[in-house]
Every structure is written in C-alpha cells, then in structure tokens.
Design a protein around this ligand. Structure first.
Ligand code: GDP
Ligand code: MN
Length: 348
C-alpha cells in the first residue's frame, strides 16, 4: 500500500474541473499568497483573475500563508477557486515577532512619529511583520520548500490579458531569477538608512555582488546613494532557490540585524529589488511586459494595440504607468539597452 503521490496537474480533490489544456510537463512551481482570513473575498477576486487568464490552462498549486490559522470559510472559498492543489500554512511565531535585539521602546517611538507624519502604515506593527516576513521568510516556510518557483499574488489584483504560455518555464528556459511588471520610487521616509545597511553588506560580502549587475538601476552615482527605484513586489515571479541562497540569506540577516524593519518601515519591495539588482546579472531580471496587471493604484497595460487585441486585453492603455515619470521602467529599459515599444508616446 504505497503512498500515492498526486501529480501536480491534478485539480483539487472532489472538484470536477476541466483538465488543464496546456500540454507538456509542469514546472516545480506554486502561487503563494500571504493573507488574513478577512482578505478572503479580495483574494477570491485575484484567484479568479489568475485562473481565468492563466492557471486554468496549467493547474499550478497555490500556497496560502497566515500568521493565524486559516478558518474554514477561507479554505472552502479558495480551494473551490484554485484549479491546482491548495495548501494552507501557519507562520511560526519566530518569523512574525520582534527579534530579541530590537529595542521595543525605540520601535514604539518611531511608530508614534510616523503616525504624526502620516506616513502610510507608519504606525502599524503588523505591516512591519508582514514586510519582514516577505523579505526574509516566506520562501523557507515548510510548504514552500517543495518548490523551486513562485508567483506572488495579493488580494484585489487584476490581470488584463490572456497568458497562453508557462511563465515559470519561460523563467527557467531563459535563466531568469526575478521578474516584475511595475516599478516606481519608494517613499524616502520609510527607508532613510536602508542604503547605509546595503553598503555595509556590500563591504562585508563583496563576494555576493554579481558582475554585470543592475547597480545603475538603483543608483545614479555608482552606489554612493540610492535613487529609490524598486520593482513592485506585490507581483513577483521568482526563483526560490535564489532567495534561499547563502548570498540572499547573508543579505537579509544583515538588514534584519540593523533593525530597519522596525526602527523604520522597510518594505519588502526595495529589499527584494536591491538584492536582485546587486546579486543577479542584469539579464536575470525579467520585465513581464505581457502580464497586464493592476494593484491599487497602478496599472501595467502593455503598449501596442495589436498585442492587446491578440491577447484579449481589457485594460485601458491610458492607465499604463510604465512611461510615467514616477515609474522606473524607462530606466530599466535604458540600463538593459532595450528599445521602448513603438508608439509608447501616443498611448499616454
Ligand atoms: P499594500 O499592498 O502594501 O497596501 O499591503 P497589503 O495590505 O496588500 O498587504 C500585503 C500582503 O500581506 C497582502 O497579501 C496581505 O493580504 C498580507 N497581509 C498584510 N498584513 C497582514 C497580516 O497582518 N497578516 C497576514 N496574514 N497577512 C497580511
Ligand atoms: Mn497589496
């Protein structure tokens, strides 16, 4: 009576779903969502979008992580919507609490000051735990250890175009490790000393800094100062082994020690972006132009009408953020020697 291992393409037990239509093998990949029970209806919308545009053809798994136990409603609703297997994980307390070296009074004073300055999430403890968790821990959750690739999905997102190929396979075939759809400038007030910490890391661990990296995406003066450009991490398709590498763990450990997740309000977006820009080669970071995406308040709508028609897109090209002055995507194009798509000026 051997253990039956369910192939990854099998839909949830008890569901009668049409089989995945995309032929061929699957990658060792999963969707991953960090969420609260109260996020259930907003994540339900996101799942619908991902399934309709992509996953009903591929049936990839979906891992849900939470600092509290997921309730029955959350599990019922989400498992009914996902075409792959769903898994629900509890985050260990050690990964969602103040490390012992953090001065709690100092952290509390900072939250008070940030509240007065009306900095978004400035007074929130849980938001800080969330950013630290996404920066340093989600990829080592036991449920994630089975996988090599992840696609992060947040509540209330939209996808606007059909995706007819396996994006995970694309990443693997093209030696990509990290990807984005939107980029922008971080609020300076949330990361005043992040770059000092990064510089400390570069000094301590020069062996982790890649040749042919994207420093010029992050800095206009060869690394002296940070220009605040980052990839927006509410969407990510990436390689978990890279995040689990010694280089990334040394980097996270250094940042975590320096305390800015609590003494400031470091976001996982600049933390991931800086790591990708410094520790990967330029061409290992991919811009998914064909993944049309919305997370409040920004939209990535692919430039070029023919592409949008061919892929049944339903975004308004006027909402596209890419060529706006607050986006860093033009800079990404420049440093990678990419041509901006024809007609981009006309679709503003
Ligand atoms: P924003 O996109 O920066 O405005 O932040 P969100 O509110 O979307 O939070 C980012 C992600 O973390 C989302 O997937 C949320 O569902 C999740 N999240 C935020 N706070 C918590 C929390 O306290 N507990 C859990 N389990 N998830 C959280
Ligand atoms: Mn969000």
């Amino acid at each position: 009576e051997g253990v039956v291992t369910t192939p990854q393409t099998t839909p949830n037990e008890g569901q009668t779903l049409p089989p995945a239509t995309a032929p061929g093998p699957r990658m060792n990949a999963t969707f991953v969502t960090l969420a609260r029970n109260s996020d259930v209806w907003e994540i339900a919308k996101s799942i619908r979008a991902v399934e309709d545009r992509f996953n009903r053809k591929f049936n990839y798994d979906w891992v849900f992580l939470n600092d509290k136990e997921f309730d029955d409603q959350f599990k019922k609703v989400t498992s009914a919507l996902v075409s792959g297997k769903t898994k629900y994980g509890l985050i260990p307390t050690a990964h969602w609490s103040f490390p012992e070296w953090i001065d709690q009074d100092k952290a509390a004073r900072v939250r008070e000051q940030m509240k007065e300055k009306k900095i978004i999430y400035g007074d929130s403890i849980s938001y800080r735990h969330m950013c630290r968790y996404e920066s340093g821990f989600f990829f080592r959750h036991p449920l994630m250890m089975d996988y090599e690739w992840y696609w992060r999905v947040e509540p209330s997102i939209e996808l606007f175009c059909d995706i007819n190929y396996d994006t995970f396979k694309f990443m693997a075939d093209n030696n990509k490790k990290y990807s984005f759809t939107l980029s922008l400038f971080e609020y300076v007030e949330t990361i005043p000393t992040l770059w000092d910490s990064v510089k400390g890391f570069m000094k301590e661990h020069p062996e982790h800094i890649s040749e042919g990296n994207s420093m010029s995406f992050l800095s206009d003066d060869n690394g002296e100062t940070y220009n605040h450009c980052h990839f927006w991490s509410n969407f990510e398709i990436g390689n978990l082994n890279w995040l689990r590498s010694k280089a990334y763990i040394d980097y996270f450990t250094k940042l975590d020690r320096d305390g800015g997740f609590f003494y400031e309000r470091w976001g996982d977006a600049p933390v991931h972006s800086i790591a990708a820009a410094l520790m990967l080669k330029k061409d290992q970071i991919h811009f998914f132009n064909d993944i049309a995406y919305y997370h409040v308040p920004f939209t990535h709508c692919p430039t070029g009408e023919q592409f949008r028609l061919d892929n049944k897109c339903h975004c308004n090209p006027k909402d596209n953020f890419d060529w706006n002055g607050y986006s860093c995507t033009a800079r990404y194009f420049e440093i990678n020697g990419l041509e901006k798509p024809a007609g981009y000026e006309k679709e503003q």
